[in-house]
Design a protein around this ligand. Structure first.
Ligand SMILES: NC(=O)c1ccc[n+]([C@@H]2O[C@H](COP(=O)([O-])OP(=O)(O)OC[C@H]3O[C@@H](n4cnc5c(N)ncnc54)[C@H](OP(=O)(O)O)[C@@H]3O)[C@@H](O)[C@H]2O)c1
Length: 379
C-alpha cells in the first residue's frame, strides 16, 4: 500500500520514517507548504497527490480543520483511503468524512486522534458490537498529565511545568487546547461517536488546569489528594453526557499511578466490566505508530470507525451530579451551597454539596467574567 503524508511536522516525520522502514507499506509523496518542497519526496500541491494513481492512501497529520477537511474530501473523492491524527478535524467534520468514505468504498480511520499510541477507539469500536458501553473516558491528555505530575512530585509552579512540557515536545507552541481541557474534550467527543453513534457538538463543558496554582497543589496534597484531568462520557438514562474537568483523587486511585505524559483510557461495558488501556498519548513515534496501525487495519479490510447511523448530537450534562472542591475568594462563598469550608492565605477552600456539571461550570464561568479567580475539581 502506497501512502502519501499531509504535513511534515512532529507526527508527519514519524509517519514518513515508519512508512519507509515498514515492508508492508511504500512511502509516497509528502505534502509541505508552498515553496517548501526541498527534497524529491516532498510536493507542495495537493493535486499531485490526489491525481497520483499509484497512491492508495493519504495520512493527514497537518492539524487544523478547514484545509485538512478540504484535502480529506479531495483524497476520498479520488478513491483513496484516509487516516488522520487530527481530533479537531474529526470532532468537527467526522460525520461528513465518514459518509464520503462510505460512498466511495474506502477506509476512514482516526484512532491516532484519541489516545496517541493507546488503541482506545479500536477497542471501543470492537466492544460496542457485542456489549453495551455504559461509560468511557479517563486521562486523555498527556501534556496536562505531565504538568500535574511535575507540579505534584517536584512542587513546580504552573508556568514552570508548562515550559518543561513544551521543551519536551508534549505541549504545542500554543498550549491553550491542552490546558483548557478542549483537547481532551475533542477526544471524548470521538469516543462517544464510536460508542454511541452520537458525536456531541453542543452542551459540552471543559474545565482544564489553567487555574491551578502551586499553592492549590500543596493544599490538596496536605489532604492526601492528587489532581488528574479526567474526560468523561456515557449514557445516563438514555441521555448522552460528555465533559472534562479536574478531579481530586485519593492516593490509591488507579489514575494516580499514571505519570508523566501517559494516558489512561477506560470504558465500562455492561458485560465486560471496566477495561483500562494505558500508554503514551502523544509524541512523534507513539502517534505515528497509531497512524500506521490504522493503515494496517485498512490493509486487513477495516473501512470504518464510525457507524453509518452516527450523527451530530447534543450532550446533556445537567443530570450528572458531582461534589466539588473549590478554591475561591471570600466574596464568592455565598454563591455556592457548601458542605464545608476553610480559609487559607486569603482564599477559601470549600467542598460543595452535589451540583450538576452544567450548573457548576456555568456558575464558575459567570463568576470569572466578574474577575473572580477560581479553581474547581470534582472530588
Ligand atoms: N504531536 C503529538 O504528539 C500529537 C499527538 C496526537 C495527535 N496529534 C495531531 O497530529 C496533527 C499534527 O500534529 P504535529 O504535532 O505533528 O503538528 P506540527 O508539528 O505542527 O506539524 C504539522 C505540520 O503540518 C504542516 N502544515 C500545516 N498546514 C499545512 C498545509 N496547509 N499544507 C502543508 N503543510 C501544512 C505544518 O507546517 P508549518 O510548520 O509550516 O505550519 C507542519 O509542518 C495535529 O492534528 C495534532 O493534533 C499530535
Amino acid at each position: 500500500m502506497k501512502v502519501a503524508v499531509l504535513g511534515f511536522g512532529v507526527v508527519g516525520q514519524g509517519v514518513y520514517e515508519m512508512l519507509r522502514t515498514c515492508p508492508l507499506f511504500e512511502a509516497g509523496p509528502v505534502l509541505v507548504r508552498p515553496g517548501k518542497a526541498d527534497a524529491p519526496f516532498k510536493v507542495d500541491d495537493i493535486e499531485k497527490i490526489v491525481n497520483d494513481e499509484s497512491v492508495d492512501a493519504v495520512a493527514e497529520v497537518m492539524g487544523g480543520v478547514d484545509v485538512a477537511y478540504a484535502y480529506g474530501v479531495k483524497a476520498l473523492k479520488a478513491g483513496k483511503h484516509f487516516v488522520t491524527s487530527n481530533k479537531a478535524l474529526v470532532s468537527a467534520k467526522g460525520v461528513e468524512l465518514d459518509a464520503l468514505a462510505r460512498e466511495k468504498g474506502v477506509g476512514f480511520l482516526f484512532s491516532a486522534a484519541c489516545g496517541g499510541a493507546v488503541p482506545f477507539l479500536h477497542n471501543l469500536e470492537l466492544a460496542r458490537q457485542s456489549d453495551d458501553i455504559e461509560a468511557l473516558g479517563g486521562i486523555l491528555n498527556g501534556t496536562t498529565n505531565y504538568m500535574l505530575d511535575r507540579m505534584q512530585s517536584e512542587g513546580l509552579g504552573y508556568e514552570e511545568a508548562l515550559s518543561e512540557a513544551q521543551a519536551l515536545g508534549y505541549a504545542e507552541a500554543d498550549p491553550t487546547a491542552d490546558v483548557t481541557g478542549l483537547d481532551a474534550l475533542r477526544k471524548i467527543m470521538l469516543g462517544c461517536a464510536v460508542a454511541y453513534d452520537r458525536l456531541p457538538v453542543e452542551g459540552l463543558y471543559n474545565e482544564g488546569i489553567d487555574s491551578l496554582t502551586a499553592a492549590d497543589v500543596a493544599h490538596f496534597q496536605g489532604k492526601g489528594l492528587t489532581c488528574r484531568l479526567l474526560a468523561k462520557g456515557g449514557l445516563a438514562e438514555g441521555k448522552l453526557y460528555a465533559y472534562v474537568q479536574p478531579a481530586l483523587l485519593p492516593a490509591d486511585a488507579p489514575e494516580c499511578a499514571v505519570k508523566k505524559n501517559f494516558n489512561m483510557a477506560k470504558y465500562l461495558g455492561k458485560n465486560s466490566g471496566q477495561i483500562v488501556l494505558m500508554g503514551q498519548g502523544a509524541g512523534r513515534y507513539p502517534t505515528a505508530s497509531a497512524v500506521i496501525r490504522d493503515l494496517e487495519c485498512i490493509r486487513f479490510g477495516q473501512r470504518e470507525m464510525l457507524h453509518e447511523l452516527c450523527e451530530y448530537s447534543k450532550a446533556e450534562n445537567d443530570g450528572c451530579l458531582c461534589t466539588y472542591y473549590v478554591r475561591m475568594p471570600k466574596a464568592c462563598v455565598a454563591e455556592f451551597e457548601l458542605a464545608e469550608s476553610e480559609a487559607q492565605g486569603g482564599a477559601v477552600y470549600a467542598i460543595t454539596k452535589p451540583i450538576s456539571v452544567k450548573a457548576m461550570h456555568e456558575k464558575v464561568r459567570a463568576l470569572r467574567k466578574g474577575g473572580m479567580p477560581i479553581f474547581f475539581a470534582e472530588i
